[in-house]
Write a protein that binds this ligand. Structure first.
Ligand code: PMV
Length: 322
């Protein structure tokens, strides 16, 4: 039996678009903060047949198929024959509300599988495998501030993911403001593919990412909040602008999402260190120092359905065998 845990992460320079769907290669890099509060725990046991349970219940068939395909891929990459496996996975945050990220899930599954198959590989290779399941999962292999570089490196790897700074480097909070329960929305792969094939702004979006990465990396190293706020909101807005210009348009926001954007911007304009970012859904994530969390709660409370607070978190790790 092997158990691994991994935390979700929030991208401050967004990944939105693939240059190769087969190998799940991103069109551009991304930069994120790993979040301790949002955790997936995944246990693998040899079984008579493949089974997947999610929060103790049999997982929906598409989910189970994606998990089995990832186990196949990991086994094939390691050159091992894999036995049938019983997978148990659970998140410590509500999955149905659309808060779940595939990031923590595929990071935990990848580490658990590699370990279960008797291998130990460097984090950069784990991240490469996790990326095949979900692009953002590569970043959750590492803790703290993380960059995924989409260029081929000197060893011929397709992407390189690395830690820029440890979790304690900068004590910020990510306040997750859920604006709806169980929203049905375009999943990220479908959203990015439709954007890439139909949005006239997609090329401009991809071309803008490298400069944002340079800016965000420098802001993180210098712990320059205002600089990070500016680039993170810009990256988020440009990602969503490219999606909104797809045909048909992909609009992830609801009225509460837009209301929160205005409130967060007004709060920062009034001198408070806060900024927002939004992924492929209607929820708003606010980054701020710990002593601003209460004010964020107050400014959002009448339009949200749920609030979670996460601190910088560590990378994926094996908890069993200890
Ligand atoms: O990892 P995926 O394929 O679910 O894509 C994640 C896309 C965003 O969350 C919108 C952005 C990101 O970089 O995490």
């Amino acid at each position: 039996m092997t158990t691994a845990i991994a935390h979700s992460n929030i991208a401050l320079v967004k990944y939105w678009g693939k240059r190769d769907s087969q190998r799940n290669l991103p069109a551009a890099g991304s930069l994120s903060l790993t979040l301790d509060g949002l955790t997936t725990t995944t246990t693998l046991r040899d079984g008579d047949r493949d089974t997947v349970s999610l929060a103790g219940e049999p997982a929906p068939a598409p989910f189970a198929a994606r998990v089995a395909a990832h186990l196949d891929l990991v086994a094939q990459q390691l050159g091992v024959e894999r036995p049938p496996i019983a997978v148990d996975t659970a998140n410590n945050f509500p999955t149905a509300a659309g808060l779940a990220s595939s990031a923590s899930g595929f990071a935990a599954l990848t580490l658990a599988a590699v370990t279960h198959f008797g291998h130990t590989i460097p984090d950069v290779q784990l991240a490469d495998l996790a990326r095949r399941g979900s692009g953002s999962a590569a970043r959750s292999i590492f803790g703290g501030w993380v960059e995924l570089d989409a260029g081929t490196d000197e060893l011929g790897r397709d992407t390189t993911t690395r830690q820029l700074a440890v979790p304690s480097h900068w004590d910020l909070r990510c306040v997750v403001l859920a604006t709806t329960r169980g929203a049905k929305q375009t999943n990220s792969t479908d959203g990015m593919n439709l954007t890439a094939t139909t949005s006239p702004y997609y090329g401009a979006w991809v071309a803008s990412v490298d400069a944002d990465l340079d800016e965000a990396r420098a802001a993180v190293f210098q712990r320059d909040f205002e600089r990070l706020a500016t680039v993170a909101e810009r990256s988020c807005m440009r990602m969503h602008a490219s999606a909104i210009a797809a045909d048909p348009a992909i609009l992830y926001w609801n009225a509460a999402t837009v209301e929160l954007i205005h409130r967060v911007r007004a709060h920062r304009a009034a001198g408070h260190p806060v900024f927002f970012t939004i992924d492929a859904g209607p929820h708003v994530k606010v980054l701020c120092p710990p002593d601003e969390v209460a004010a964020v709660r107050d400014l959002a409370s009448d339009v949200i359905t749920q609030l979670l607070v996460a601190a910088p978190g560590h990378g994926a790790r094996v908890v069993e065998p200890a």
